[in-house]
Design a protein around this ligand. Structure first.
Ligand SMILES: Cc1cc2nc3c(=O)[nH]c(=O)nc-3n(C[C@H](O)[C@H](O)[C@H](O)COP(=O)(O)O)c2cc1C
Length: 220
């Protein structure tokens, strides 16, 4: 028997903003939960071999098999992603691809309730193109719609750009700081070297956790 709510983070950074926000939502449900950090697993993308068609299981012999079983057993999930290179991170994308084995005909993910968290660092975009968050949100939403899952809520929060913390952000011409804040800016003046989930954000996260609980238990 699996947990009621599965928390999944695509962020590889230890105890990242993404992780902490997902965990906060899980804790606020008051239900039986489990947190999985995808970077601790061996997980390769879907091979599109369709071997899962009848078996509802993936033939690839990595951690994706156990993950699919855990996901199938959960009633709800909290999925945390971040936005490297301007869209959804690769581990979260790989996770979504690998859950494809639960979909054929039976729709084993149908009816699950999901909350999503997206951590982003560079929120603005002057080019007129969709931002990283818009792209990542669209990917998460379309995956949930394809699987017949119900989105209960979504949070977007500010994370840390590695370039702000590497120690060379002020001097490096390739720094994400210079891209997002302007060529003359320095880490200290940008004030983004140590982004943390704000109390307001954590309160919204707690609200989402309680909403998940209410949706699953019928309480209000
Ligand atoms: C290789 C790499 C590329 C990144 N590119 C972007 C980007 O294009 N846009 C953006 O918003 N953040 C980018 N980031 C920053 C991540 O979004 C940031 O690490 C994320 O907000 C996670 O923050 P956290 O570790 O505080 O949870 C990049 C990070 C890495 C490691």
């Amino acid at each position: 028997m699996g947990v009621q709510v599965l928390g999944i983070s695509g962020s590889p950074v230890p105890n990242s903003n993404t992780d902490r926000t997902v965990r906060h939502i899980l804790a606020s449900t008051g239900l039986e939960t489990e947190f999985i950090k995808l970077s601790t697993l061996e997980l390769v993308p879907c091979r599109a071999c369709l071997c899962c068609l009848d078996a509802d299981a993936c033939p690839v012999n990595d951690d994706g098999r156990r993950l699919a079983t855990q996901f199938a057993e959960a009633d709800a999930f909290v999925l945390g992603a971040y936005t490297p290179c301007g869209s959804l991170d690769a581990r979260t994308k790989t996770f979504m691809e690998r859950m494809y084995c639960l979909r054929h005909r039976k729709g084993l993910n149908r009816g699950k309730i999901g909350v999503t968290v997206i951590t982003t660092a560079i929120s603005g975009d002057t080019s007129g193109e969709p931002t990283a968050v818009q792209l990542a949100s669209a990917q998460l939403r379309s995956w949930m719609a394809e699987e017949g899952m119900t989105p209960l809520g979504a949070l977007v929060l500010h994370g840390n750009v590695p370039c702000f913390r590497c120690g060379h952000g002020d001097a490096c011409d390739m720094s994400g700081l210079k891209v997002s804040e302007g060529a003359q800016d320095i880490v200290r003046s940008a004030g983004l070297e140590d982004a943390e989930p704000s109390p307001e954000l954590l309160e919204k996260a707690a609200d989402l956790g309680r909403a998940l609980r209410n949706a699953l238990t019928g309480e209000s």
